[in-house]
Design a binder for this molecule. Structure first.
Ligand code: NAD
Length: 500
């Protein structure tokens, strides 16, 4: 019998009373490795109530102490780095290197959270009027909630709760039901680092449990990462219930290849950025726009992509793993078929791919199209698979227009040797994260993760200074003290100016 995933409610690991359990599969083998509960209404209610109660004491813990707990948490995450990566690889199918990267990018956010005392500094202006000073204080909101996707089960929960907690909030996490074991282990290690256990609650579920959180009057802020339709639902419902919401959504990321770029760098980058993690990254490159003579490199791109072999995470030669589930595989294969139907030329076909020894894995081989046009489904939709579409542009202006007309704005990159072309691109492109000779420009946590347009709903983004603004309120104090009230004998030599 497979293991039943617990929930963390009121600091206790409890088994859900629900009758609804979903299987958690190993996507490389098809084997059921765990069962995840769809929390009952009561359980979600208890988690929020416990987080609300915990807030009353946690918000009074000095920020230096909260920051020190994050330092201990960082050390524990580093100690358990490979163990976490193994749990993560089992339930996502990611290669071991990629799984370690997922954990590491989360650890970097915890390091950033340990800077809370400086991040939470207010401002002070003396003498805004005669004898009057003004200053601002940064204070936590209360109970915050996070809803996370399957594709980064370590990094994305760690984008959220360390920043929220270190600012003095308490947190209810509803991780993806497809890979709940990694976030559960993250929570255990946080408790081990010394937080009061009820500051972080973990409940499992899907739409019903998320909707309960979205409507709950005691939840002040919602952080969401996932697909566009769900992000839109979260943003609409959360704001309708008067909550602060940040919702990170899907993407369609373009790489522009100028003819003066370093060809080998372009090829190496394109291959990894499109097929790495089986294309299941919100910053994956799914379209390469070849400008002018860069169109002559298509055969080389094809040859390099054809070398990629997906496989099980324990196989060190595997370039990437399987898709997360059978529906995802069927959806990607359906989009490939649609690309052919709509007239794109299929140069590499990853459908019906088999990996020796793993007949039940959700494999899709590297897939390459050329002649992709803006009206085609493979251009309009986020594919979320190891599929790269090649498009052609006559000039940098044309490439910029194409990208700015696409509704998404998560990531983009340009490969060029020209500083002028790179500067024009970074200035004019309407995308939140831009790489110059870097294919996947995910910012480190002292900046923020800044998707634009249809890739993000809200205003304050994840981590960096923006996360502190998202998880806090600013209080502005204006104060005056009357010199007449200074007790006798306490007037200093220079304190003789009367306020009258
Ligand atoms: P998803 O939208 O299916 O699920 C995300 C979360 O929402 C899960 O916890 C899920 O249980 C919950 N959920 C699903 N349906 C819901 C509904 N109808 N109502 C309320 N909650 C619901 O996304 P996914 O497949 O897990 O993740 C992949 C998607 O996430 C891709 O679109 C990817 O681009 C996006 N993503 C975006 C970013 C970013 O930073 N922009 C980062 C990672 C992933």
């Amino acid at each position: 019998m497979s293991k039943k995933v617990k929930q963390f409610i009121g600091g206790q690991a409890i088994e859900s009373q629900t009758s609804e359990w979903l299987p958690v599969d190993n996507p490389a083998t098809g084997e059921v490795i765990a069962e995840v509960p769809m929390a009952t209404q009561d359980e979600v209610e208890q988690a929020v109530a416990s987080a609300k109660k915990a807030f009353e004491t946690w918000k009074e813990v000095p920020v230096t102490k909260r920051a020190r707990i994050m330092l201990d948490y960082q050390a524990l995450l580093k100690k358990h780095h490979d163990e976490l990566a193994e749990i993560l690889a089992e339930e996502t199918g990611k290669t071991f290197e990629d799984a370690k990267g997922d954990v590491w990018r989360g650890i970097e956010v915890v390091e950033h959270a340990a800077n809370a005392p400086s991040l939470m500094m207010g401002e002070f202006v003396e003498n805004v009027a005669n004898g009057i000073d003004s200053y601002s204080l940064i204070q936590p909101l209360g109970v915050c909630a996070g809803i996370t996707p399957f594709n980064f089960p370590a990094m994305i929960p760690l984008w959220m709760f360390p920043m929220a907690l270190v600012c003095g909030n308490t947190f209810v996490l509803k991780p993806s039901e497809q890979d709940p074991n990694t976030p559960m282990r993250l929570a255990e290690l946080l408790y081990e680092a010394g937080v009061p256990r009820d500051v972080l609650q973990v409940v499992h579920g899907g739409k019903q449990q998320v909707d309960q959180l979205l409507q709950h009057p005691d939840i002040k802020a919602i952080s969401f990462v996932g697909s566009v339709p769900v992000a839109e639902h979260i943003y609409r419902t959360g704001t309708q219930h008067l909550k602060r919401v940040q919702a990170f959504a899907g993407a369609k990321n373009h790489m522009v290849v100028m003819p003066d770029a370093n060809k080998q760098q372009v090829i190496n980058s394109i291959v990894g950025a499109s097929c790495g993690a089986a294309g299941q990254r919100c910053m994956a490159i799914s379209i390469a726009v070849l400008v002018g003579e860069a169109n002559e490199w298509i055969d080389d791109i094809k040859d390099a992509m054809a070398q990629l072999k997906p496989g099980h995470w324990k196989d060190p030669s595997a370039a990437y793993g399987p898709l997360i589930n059978k529906q995802a595989k069927a959806r990607v294969e359906g989009l490939i078929a649609k690309g052919v139907e709509e007239g794109a030329e299929l140069l590499l076909d990853g459908r019906n791919y088999q990996v020796d020894g793993f007949p039940d894995g959700n494999w899709v081989g590297p897939t390459l199209f050329k002649g992709v046009q803006p009206h085609m489904s493979i251009y309009q939709e986020e594919i979320f698979g190891p599929v790269l579409g090649l498009m052609s542009a006559e000039s940098l202006e044309d490439a910029i227009d194409l990208i700015n007309n696409n509704p998404y704005g998560n990531g983009t990159s340009i490969f060029t040797d020209s500083g002028a072309a790179a500067r024009k691109f970074q200035h004019e492109i309407q995308v939140g994260q831009v790489g110059i000779n870097i294919p996947i420009p995910v910012p480190l946590p002292f900046f923020s993760f800044t998707g634009w347009r249809k890739s993000f709903y809200g205003d304050q983004h994840a981590y960096g200074k923006q996360a502190v603004r998202f998880y806090t309120e600013t209080k502005t104090v204006t104060e005056r003290w009357f010199e007449d009230d200074i007790p006798d004998g306490h007037h200093g030599p220079n304190m003789t100016i009367s306020m009258k």
